[in-house]
Design a protein around this ligand. Structure first.
Ligand code: NDP
Ligand code: 2IT
Length: 448
């Protein structure tokens, strides 16, 4: 795909050549650069002053060995990463992903997206991301603790509350954050807000657990209302059954929707009566079981092996909340054919470029990840604020901030799209609004 500006097209070619075999990173950069064509044409200084070349190059990449011993005495060696992508508007901020598919290209795509997402929150946070190719599935608490301690024994050298503040992502939830924070505190002999998503007894913020899923629904609600629609009475298909999916399901149901699907990497469940969320929470948050166990309790529901089939389910609104590129052109066509009128991305980059194009061409309302799932990191920034103040806000106070942030974010993305002649294209609007703030800070610093 050619980008309609010679400089940006050449830059994209250099990104591909300099970062070989990293298709997810190329995809994320290509999508942003495509949206920025009218912005650099109106403001050539972004090119002539080097901002464009700098923004696609991480400030720093840390890659390290993570050795650990399992319960049988076998030694394992994983690879850990932290990409400190851009600190123009604040300390690096972004999650850690523990999943066997993690490699440098995944962490770079996520870190790159995080720059613009964090900027969109309106809060002072730069972009970063990290993780490891460790698979926590089937591992005991002791093994996960040993892994996390080994991971932090290296990572602690590079992070800090004013430098880089990691959090959770796929495979990193409250259990892992606890082990990571405990080890950081021990190594540094400091109790600081160096990680977010902490437990409520040791510096965590109320509503951080719920924030990404709730924020997704607050954003989608703004988009739906602008189009004269709402969640009330809608059938909603959700993929995933992790942190984002569970709290998206909870808020969508509070808004009057009937959520009919959830999934994991094994398959999806369809419950025409509406998902029994307390059961999903019990299966996933407490028992760490597969989603297939849902039908043992609800035999009237259906379980289908394989996750792509989830998008064949008739629905009004789709919320992909599992992983990147999980909704492809086939899925998009099925959604369109079934009359789905809105897709809001809870996961990072869950729709392929072909799927996004098809959805937008069919007039389906489309909420892009870096705007729609920004509620998680925004609330992480609120956790950092509370830690700095050594103070706590109530659930209602944090939730109210979250609602305001998501509403403002929606308005800013809409306004930026309209300003550059792409009214209604929230994907372009989010890229532009997120970019401009970071780029102007970079211009102010000169060449650094
Ligand atoms: P969790 O680990 O809590 O849940 C991930 C869910 O997605 C699980 O149901 C998992 O199934 C499924 N999944 C993961 N990988 C795959 C895969 N390759 N194919 C199919 N299903 C898969 O992670 P989160 O809910 O935190 O994250 C979900 C998405 O949301 C990610 O894209 C993440 O980057 C994004 N996100 C997360 C935020 C947060 O605050 N946590 C904030 C913003 C975005 P299984 O258990 O079988 O692996
Ligand atoms: O993708 C994301 O925004 C996250 N995983 C949350 C990051 C954070 O720092 O809370």
């Amino acid at each position: 795909m050619r980008i309609a500006n010679d400089y940006l097209n050449g830059l994209m070619e250099r990104v591909i050549a300099r970062n070989p075999a990293e298709p997810e990173f190329h995809q994320a950069v290509g999508e942003v650069l495509t949206s920025l064509v009218p912005v650099v044409e109106a403001n050539p200084a972004y090119i002539t002053e080097g901002v464009m070349d700098c923004i696609v190059e991480p400030e720093r990449i840390i890659k390290f060995r993570v050795p650990w011993e399992d319960e049988q005495g076998n030694i394992h060696v994983n690879r850990g990463f932290r990409v400190q992508f851009n600190s123009a508007i604040g300390p690096y901020k972004g999650g850690l992903r523990f999943h066997p598919t993690v490699y440098e290209g995944i962490v770079k795509f996520l870190g790159f997206e995080q720059i613009f997402k964090n900027s969109l929150t309106g809060l002072p946070i730069g972009g970063g991301k990290g993780g490891a190719d460790f698979d926590p599935k089937g591992r005991s608490d002791l093994e996960v603790m040993r892994f996390c301690q080994s991971f932090m024994t290296e990572l602690f050298k590079y992070i800090g509350p004013d430098t880089d503040v990691p959090a959770g992502d796929i495979g990193v939830g409250s259990r892992e954050i606890g082990y990571l924070f405990g080890q950081y505190k021990r190594l540094r002999n400091e109790f600081t807000g160096v990680l977010t998503g902490k437990g409520l007894t040791y510096g965590g913020s109320l509503a951080r657990t719920e924030a990404t899923g709730y924020g997704l629904c607050y954003f989608a609600d703004c988009m739906l209302r602008d189009a004269g629609r709402s969640f009330d009475g809608a059938a909603v298909a959700i993929s995933g059954s992790g942190n984002v999916a569970i709290y998206a399901c909870e808020k969508a149901a509070q808004f009057g929707a009937r959520v009919v699907t959830m999934s994991d990497s094994g398959g999806f469940i369809y419950d025409k009566n509406g998902i029994d969320l307390p059961l999903v929470k019990e299966l996933k948050e407490v028992r760490r079981q597969r989603i297939s166990a849902y039908v043992d309790v609800h035999p009237e529901a259906e379980y289908h092996p394989g996750c792509a089939g989830v998008w064949q389910t008739p629905c009004d609104i789709a919320l992909p909340c599992a992983t990147q590129n999980e909704l492809d052109l086939n899925g998009a066509r099925a959604l369109i054919g079934n009359g789905c009128y809105a897709v809001a991305e809870g996961a990072n980059m869950p729709c392929t470029p072909e799927a996004v194009e098809a959805l937008q061409a069919a007039g389906v309302l489309f909420a892009p990840a870096k705007a729609a799932n920004a509620g998680g990191v925004a609330t992480s920034a609120l956790e950092m604020s509370q830690n700095s103040m050594r103070f706590y806000w109530t659930f209602e106070e944090v939730d109210e901030h979250l609602k305001t942030i998501m509403t403002d974010l929606y308005r800013n993305a809409s306004a930026a799209a309209a300003q550059y002649g792409m009214a209604g294209n929230l994907a372009a609007g989010a890229n532009i609004a997120g970019f401009v703030k970071v780029a102007d800070a970079m211009l102010a610093y000169g060449i650094v």
